[in-house]
Design a protein around this ligand. Structure first.
Ligand SMILES: NC(=O)c1ccc[n+]([C@@H]2O[C@H](COP(=O)([O-])OP(=O)(O)OC[C@H]3O[C@@H](n4cnc5c(N)ncnc54)[C@H](O)[C@@H]3O)[C@@H](O)[C@H]2O)c1
Length: 355
């Protein structure tokens, strides 16, 4: 059986990171249609790939007997669209993040569970071989007991100044911490087997997006007078098992690196790992000791197309009726931390988390 597949939202990411990888899966998938509210964009993609176009995603879902869809609309619409589609009996791959806040995320997860449908979240960065090496080291005990995790994901000047990311309805009303912080937290939690958060202290800042002179240095264009999203965030999270997680995320900051840069470090009592890259970790090393020597180990990493791996994993989870490798439940843990940082920042105090 071939999966009848539709894509909701065919902007940059929907076309390049969902539709194009899906074409390589033509033995498993029939790409039936795309849906986008922007008529020209929908028709352009439709004619380029010879696939039907709908301006209304519900019409597509109702008419086309789909088995699966990718949801690649702006973040603020993810959860509502996912719930509507799940309620029609269709499996969903939702691009990151699964929702704007924890409440929305829980609602999607519960809907998928009640309907017995597959729900996967599009953290393609999970398919990075560097991250997988880190997981192997930690999960096989070579690091010993982890006790401190640190993550940094910062752009020098990278406020994405288009409505998808900065219009409050479309972005889900949140800025850098939700938009790119979700990758960083997902990477770190997957290394730490999604251990549960206990409490969070955090602060979010708006230091660049509301400054007129800054617009030209960043991406796109926006009205700084109406900008109130966070462009930098920090957090200190207590995780189960006495692990401290320290986070720094920014769309813009006065740092030396021009490109977006990530750095993750997990310290254990037997070893530590350090990884770097961007939204995905692409380089990693393991630091430990033998009886008489301190040691540094770097794996030989294979090259993969992580976007293809992500779509393929979702398709296979449907065909083999197995749990997708990136679950909605994991996003509940992730969003409890993100919501905790926003709440702690507003209330100026430590916030307890109970899941
Ligand atoms: N995983 C990644 O690395 C990555 C990178 C960029 C963006 N994204 C995520 O992908 C999503 C889209 O980002 P993008 O860069 O493609 O944005 P985009 O603005 O280029 O595309 C979004 C598309 O969704 C369409 N859309 C809006 N409302 C719709 C609706 N109700 N029904 C159907 N289509 C609708 C828009 O018309 C647009 O074409 C965001 O949630 C973003 O966080 C993920």
């Amino acid at each position: 059986m071939k999966i009848r597949y539709g894509i909701i939202g065919v902007g940059g990411h929907g076309k390049n990171r969902h539709l194009i990888p899906l074409i390589k899966l033509k033995n498993k998938v029939e790409i039936v249609a795309v849906a986008d509210v922007k008529k020209e964009r929908c028709e352009e993609v439709s004619s380029q790939f010879n696939i039907k176009c709908y301006l209304d995603y519900m019409e597509m879902v109702e008419k086309e007997s789909l088995n699966a869809v990718s949801i690649v609309t702006p973040t603020g619409l993810h959860s509502r669209i996912a719930i509507n589609v799940l309620n029609k009996g269709v499996n969903v791959l939702v691009d990151k993040p699964l929702g704007s806040n924890l409440e929305e995320v829980k609602e999607v997860v519960n809907t998928a569970r009640n309907k017995g449908l597959k729900l996967m979240v599009g953290y393609w960065s999970r398919f990075s071989p560097a991250l997988q090496y880190g997981k192997e080291i930690i999960h096989n005990g070579l690091l010993g007991e982890p006790y401190v995790a640190y993550g940094y994901l910062v752009r020098r000047r990278g406020i994405p100044g288009i409505p998808t990311f900065i219009d409050k309805t479309l972005s889900g009303g949140r800025g850098a911490l939700l938009d790119i912080g979700c990758y960083l937290i997902d990477n770190l939690l997957s290394l730490l087997k999604f251990r549960k958060p206990i409490s969070v202290m955090g602060k979010v800042y708006t230091k660049f997006g509301n400054v007129k002179e800054e617009v030209k240095f960043n991406w796109g264009s926006w009205d700084p007078e109406n900008f109130s999203l966070d462009d930098y965030a920090v957090g200190l999270v207590k995780l189960e098992g006495d692990v401290s997680l320290i986070l720094e995320v920014g769309w813009s900051a006065n740092v030396s690196h021009v490109e977006e840069k990530s750095y993750v470090r997990i310290l254990g009592d037997k070893g530590g790992i350090e990884g770097s890259g961007h939204e995905a970790i692409v380089d990693i090393s393991f630091h430990s000791r033998t009886e008489n020597f301190l040691t540094d180990t770097k794996p030989v990493l294979r090259k993969v197309d992580p976007y293809f791996e992500m779509i393929n994993a979702f398709v296979d989870s449907i065909l083999t009726d197995r749990e997708p490798p990136i679950t909605g439940e994991e996003s509940v843990t992730l969003h409890s931390i993100i919501d905790g940082i926003y709440k702690s920042s507003t209330e100026d105090k430590e916030v307890k988390i109970s899941l």
